[in-house]
Design a protein around this ligand. Structure first.
Ligand code: 21W
Length: 249
């Protein structure tokens, strides 16, 4: 997968490329990553990348010519890549969209700044607009990193385990069970006995019950419309019986 980021702050991406999973993915040739400075495609002595909005109003708008030239250069370098604009107006980024993007050969990620980019760029140069959530940031750089992180970990061979990417919480649409590591006793709190029992069947059942419990309490929306298997139904029925016993007492 080829990631080409177009930004006026390419320096922001240096530490991002140089650490953790992304660094390993680059070293193992699973991804390529570059941050291209939009300003390099701007003309004039001060190479402006923004200008005042037609119609007046506060804030600045990203000029179309440098962006168009930068996107054309990125497309020439990675012709089969999909071009994405990070914008508050875009489709909400979630695990389904991450899985879709992971199927692409490459992504050209355009990071807006200021009030936004000239509408003619959105219309003519962008395949998909993506937002990472309903809160206000100052630009598309952090969203681009979020998208690259979520997509890269789905690329086969990037994460350690065979199916570690698919086993995780949102894939099964349940929250994760609680994790513990040594020491067995920490500031008076003990690791649950079942995890020390060596009984793999009991541990698996405890983890599933924990996942269901946490999802029910913290994110009941994830449980709605989700099909339940026999084991999960058995656990939920046990809760019902336990609750009835408490009510009756
Ligand atoms: C934020 C640009 C707000 C423009 C009415 C008039 C990319 C982002 C961004 C930004 C506005 C993403 C206003 C989640 C984000 C991004 C910069 C609108 C206020 N209202 N995902 N003017 N959140 N943000 N300006 O902010 O570029 S993806």
């Amino acid at each position: 997968m080829d990631f080409d980021v177009l930004t006026i702050f390419p320096e922001m991406f240096k530490p991002f490329w140089e650490h953790g999973m992304i660094r390993r993915a680059i070293e193992q040739d699973k991804i390529s990553a570059s941050a291209i400075n939009i300003r390099d495609f701007a003309k004039g002595r001060h190479s402006p990348t923004d200008d005042r909005p037609y119609g007046g109003g506060c804030g600045m708008v990203m000029k179309p010519e440098p962006l168009a030239a930068a996107i054309r250069a990125a497309k020439k370098k990675s012709p089969s890549s999909k071009t994405i604009l990070a914008t508050p107006q875009g489709r909400s980024f979630d695990q389904d969209l991450a899985r879709e993007l992971a199927l692409q050969e490459g992504l050209i990620l355009v990071c807006g700044r200021y009030e936004g980019v000239d509408e003619r760029i959105c219309n003519d140069f962008i395949d998909e607009e993506i937002s990472i959530g309903d809160y206000v940031l100052t630009g598309g750089e952090l969203p681009a990193m979020v998208i690259i992180d979520a997509v890269t970990r789905l690329i086969p061979g990037v994460l350690g385990g065979v199916d570690s990417a698919e086993k995780d919480s949102f894939s099964g649409s349940l929250l994760e069970y609680a994790h513990y590591t040594r020491p067995g006793s920490f500031e008076g709190e003990e690791v649950p006995d079942v995890l020390l029992s060596g009984n793999h069947k009991a541990i698996e059942n405890w983890r599933l019950e924990m996942s269901l419990k946490r999802t029910f309490l913290k994110r009941p929306d994830l449980l709605e419309n989700r099909p339940l298997n026999k084991q999960e139904i058995k656990i939920l029925e046990k809760w019902c019986l336990d609750l009835e016993r408490i009510i009756q007492a």
